[in-house]
Design a binder for this molecule. Structure first.
Ligand code: PMP
Length: 418
């Protein structure tokens, strides 16, 4: 039986008439790019601006104090959600900014020629280009781990690539192309055994898997609110307290200072040192509300629904001739429902356009993972990424449309080569 969580999301329920779906409703299957927002998040953000809207920390009047409390309360909720303490959570704009913060405030001051930054070739550009920049500035070198044909990072690859020269291991928890859940415990164990820190990109995992960063023992972790049912423009960096304490500020200005003299200043300790300027209070509050929403449903339930959808999707895709799934074609515990694919004889852009004609939203392009695509001999692919508010009926519409694309292509081929 399908769940009906989509009813919590006004952008998805908007097409539903009294008798159910009346026309060709939006099948939103691009959740790896961004998720929709439940009503409770929209109401909270609007309510904040209607009823509070004051600059936090700066005023002594009651709405300013309330704003400070809401912002700091959100920090505590985020911390609890990922198994961290509030003084280890920095609010940023998104995962990209969080990763840049690690690069600028930690890596640039720490790395030297001969050091290595190790990462999977499948990383999103946000967790790859920034390390190229660090290498250019410090003389360190990038070393790539290569997932196997099933999208898995094998133990031997981890053992061979993470050597004594490694100072940083940067890795996605879940790949945004392969859907693989990488073996983070193994990576952390190996990285720490050679004295490297681990930067975990949780952009694709925070909404789908329970995260316990203290159990995983990663040193840094990043994610974006907008892929977790929260507004765009709010992100999170987790950094272990002792590492955060060593890091120099990245942006300078109001609220990150301790004391400012004419020619030099001292800075706040803790997360505020990295949050210069007026923060995104409504975004933080929206994120805390989205987390509360997710926790009320629970990851057991979210996992159950998403596994069911992934199984249905992958079973259906495997059954269509000429569909090539990138990575593991089976729904196993070490893969999520993010599925990149190509269809023989059709350009990914054309497939996405045909799907859009049916009001089915998927992603096409390199998904910000050009090195991975190039290593697979591809320029681009399609990517379908359901989440718990999707239904098997939507997956069926997607599969039916792909099947009709396949039939059209084989008719054309038959016409040319009868
Ligand atoms: N890492 C991964 C694995 C992602 O999928 C994404 C977003 N596609 C990012 C990082 C960057 O997220 P954002 O654009 O929100 O900063």
């Amino acid at each position: 039986m399908d769940s009906c969580y989509y009813k919590d999301f006004p952008a998805l329920g908007a097409f539903e008439g009294e008798l159910g779906y009346t026309s060709n409703p939006l099948a939103y299957l691009d959740n790896a790019a961004t998720t929709h927002k439940p009503s409770i998040v929209l109401q909270t953000v609007e309510g904040y601006y209607r009823e509070c809207n004051a600059n936090p920390y700066r005023g002594t009047y009651r709405t300013s104090v309330a704003s400070t409390q809401l912002y700091e309360g959100s920090r505590s909720i985020v911390a609890h959600f990922i198994g961290a303490d509030a003084d280890e959570i920095v609010f940023t704009r998104n995962a990209t900014e969080s990763l840049n913060l690690v690069a600028y405030s930690y890596a640039l001051d720490t790395l030297a020629p001969g050091d290595e930054i190790v990462l999977p070739i499948s990383e999103h550009h946000s967790n790859l280009v920034v390390w190229q920049h660090v290498c250019e500035k410090t003389g360190a070198k990038l070393v790539y781990m290569r997932p196997d044909e099933n999208g898995r990072l094998r133990d031997e690859e981890i053992e061979q690539k993470i050597t004594g020269a490694a100072k940083i291991v940067a890795c996605a928890h879940v790949s945004n192309v392969l859907g693989s859940v990488f073996p983070i415990e193994k990576i952390v164990e190996k990285a720490h055994s050679v004295g490297a820190v681990v930067v975990l990109d949780c952009a694709q995992s925070a909404a789908h898997l329970p995260l316990d960063l203290s159990a995983l023992d990663v040193d840094f972790a990043a994610f974006s609110g907008h892929k977790l049912y929260a507004p765009m423009g709010i992100g999170v960096l987790f950094a272990k307290r002792e590492l955060l304490g060593q890091m120099k500020p990245f942006l300078f200005g109001g609220e990150m200072i301790d004391e400012v003299r004419e020619y030099r200043s001292t800075f706040e300790n803790g997360p505020k040192r990295f949050e210069a300027g007026t923060p995104n209070v409504a975004g933080a509050l929206g994120l805390a509300t989205a987390i509360d929403y997710v926790q009320r449903i629970g990851f057991d339930e979210i996992g159950r629904v998403e596994r069911q959808l992934a199984t249905h999707l992958l079973d259906g895709m495997r059954a269509i001739d000429s569909v090539r799934i990138i990575g593991n074609p089976y729904a196993t515990l070490d893969r999520t429902g993010v599925v990149a694919f190509t269809v023989d004889g059709a350009h990914p852009q054309d497939i996405a356009l045909v799907l859009d004609g049916e009001n089915i939203a998927i992603r096409t392009g390199s998904h910000c993972a050009q090195p991975l695509h190039r290593s697979l001999g591809l320029e681009s692919s399609c990517r379908v990424s359901p989440c718990f508010y999707n239904t098997t009926a939507e997956i069926d519409r997607f599969l039916d449309t792909i099947e009709s694309v396949r039939r059209t292509i084989s008719r054309r081929i038959m016409a040319v080569f009868p």
